[in-house]
Design a protein around this ligand. Structure first.
Ligand SMILES: Nc1ncnc2c1ncn2[C@@H]1O[C@H](COP(=O)(O)OP(=O)(O)O)[C@@H](O)[C@H]1O
Ligand SMILES: [Mg+2]
Length: 450
């Protein structure tokens, strides 16, 4: 929206003629400008805070094909830090996070010294999905999000000068552990587990830091540092945290979140946790006004959030997911879980009849996970008090690695339809990219908080 649009809108809403509306808008902008010159910020109750910030350096897109991009002029820009409540209550139409929609103020004076930009397109925000299986970092702008992932795993091999040299030659990052052992972590851990014929170890288990693993925090730190650098600028980073287990018994959740927050804060970020299911709502349900059910089926847990206009109404987790499937299929077929995981990831198709004993068992445990998930949803919705009166059917979005195999969506749909569901559902769909949905949602949360 530019100034002319703003005047048109003010005229429409106030019933004033265009010229009078223009004078009102001009006067308001003049007041904001002069107030901001004399003090740090202006608080507007119910909306948020307007403040001045140096413009980011960089380029605006070229005006025509082939033309050079335009450098952003130096100076200060007026930014709006909207409260989350304001975002939800003002947002009567679908929130658009694209460039045009978020430059809501337009240029405020003719010399282009100042421009209003919603904080939503802040380039320095980061989203980090801290999963039991993988850590995924999302960065960039809303119309161009980049994601990269590291395996949340490590191996320890006895120290020798020879091994250390091999690691150095292969440019593999490692930690020395008191001189006794070498730790290889992240994506390289899987490769080296094969080379050294050992199993990978996991810093996290069942969704939170692994209490039986003494190196869990130091390894997580090393893996996180593969993805994000230390910073001095206090960039906003939002990381995913699981919900409380529906069956109870999640004593580590507070500790888990606090340890990660401290770790990321000590790296210079302004870090805070976001519920994992809610992150899926942020990344996938923008068109539905951030209203609906977001589900992330990962390695350790399935996380669920029901949100209404971006506000979480119900969040929880169950501890049956990918690892549960691998462990149980391994047990009944006499195979090691790592091997089951490979079969599952490389060739499982839940839409066709099982071809061998591994696939038969995988079908059985997938059905078990899906049934538990759907039952937990029915139960939680029935238990949740003060559910908002939702007059529109709600969408459900499925994400996470465990939702990847062909046929998963169909099985989930059948389980929902089989015994009915307490909410009217508009659509059940898979996330656009199930492996990055949580990280992308964390990034969007970070952009709003920046
Ligand atoms: N293509 C795939 N098919 C089936 N399962 C997969 C696939 N990719 C990943 N997985 C499984 O998904 C789980 C990890 O999902 P992810 O969303 O990365 O989890 P987390 O949040 O726990 O890090 C693991 O159990 C993994 O085996
Ligand atoms: Mg996850």
């Amino acid at each position: 929206m530019n100034k002319s649009d703003l005047i048109t809108e003010a005229a429409r809403r106030s019933g004033l003629g265009r010229r009078r509306a223009a004078r009102g808008v001009e006067a308001t902008l003049e007041i904001i400008k002069s107030e901001l010159e004399s003090r740090e910020s202006i608080s507007i109750r119910g909306l948020g805070r307007l403040y001045l910030k140096s413009k980011r350096s960089g380029f605006l897109p070229a005006l025509s094909d082939g033309a050079a991009p335009i450098p952003i002029p130096a100076g200060k820009a007026v930014r709006l830090k909207a409260t989350r409540k304001a975002v939800a209550s003002l947002n009567t139409e679908p929130l658009k996070l694209d460039k045009n929609a978020t430059k809501s103020g337009g240029t405020m004076d003719k010399k282009h010294e100042k421009e209003t930009e919603a904080a939503a397109i802040e380039g320095s925000a980061l989203g980090l999905d801290v999963g039991t299986s993988r850590l995924v970092l999302a960065s960039g702008t809303t119309d161009h999000i980049k994601a990269k992932a590291e395996l949340n795993a490590f191996i320890t091999v006895p120290y020798s000068k020879f091994t250390e040299n091999i690691l150095k030659q292969n440019k593999v990052s490692y930690q020395l552990n008191g001189g006794q052992a070498l730790q290889v972590y992240g994506n390289e851990a899987a490769r080296f587990a094969n080379v050294f014929n050992t199993e990978v170890r996991r810093p996290m288990m069942g969704g939170t830091l692994n209490p039986t693993e003494e190196y869990s925090l130091s390894v997580m730190q090393a893996i996180i540092q593969q993805l994000v650098r230390k910073t001095k600028n206090g960039e906003t980073l939002r990381f995913s945290v699981p919900g409380a287990l529906k069956q109870g018994g999640s004593p580590d959740l507070v500790y888990h979140e606090a340890m990660l927050r401290d770790l990321l804060n000590s790296m210079g970020y302004n870090a805070k946790g976001v519920n994992e299911g809610l992150a899926v709502v942020f990344s996938e349900l923008e068109r539905e006004n951030f209203s609906g059910i977001g589900i992330s089926c990962g390695g350790g847990m399935c996380n669920v959030a029901l949100a209404f206009m971006s506000i979480p109404v119900m969040t929880y987790a169950i501890n049956k997911a990918g690892d549960y499937i691998d462990r149980n299929v391994g047990q009944v077929t006499g195979e090691i879980p790592t091997r089951i995981r490979t079969i599952k990831e490389e060739s499982l198709d839940l839409s066709r009849v099982p071809q061998n004993k591994y696939e038969s068992a995988l079908h059985v445990y997938y059905d078990d996970v899906i049934l538990s998930l759907v039952e937990s949803l029915r139960g939680s919705l029935a238990e949740t008090k003060n559910l908002p009166k939702i007059d529109k059917p709600m969408p459900i979005v499925l994400s996470g690695g465990t939702a990847k195999p062909k046929g998963f969506l169909n099985k989930f749909q059948q389980a929902i339809e089989r015994d009915g569901f307490p909410l009217e559902i508009s659509e059940i769909r898979l996330a656009s990219d199930p492996l990055t949905a949580t990280a992308r949602g964390c990034l969007i949360a970070a952009m709003y908080d920046a």
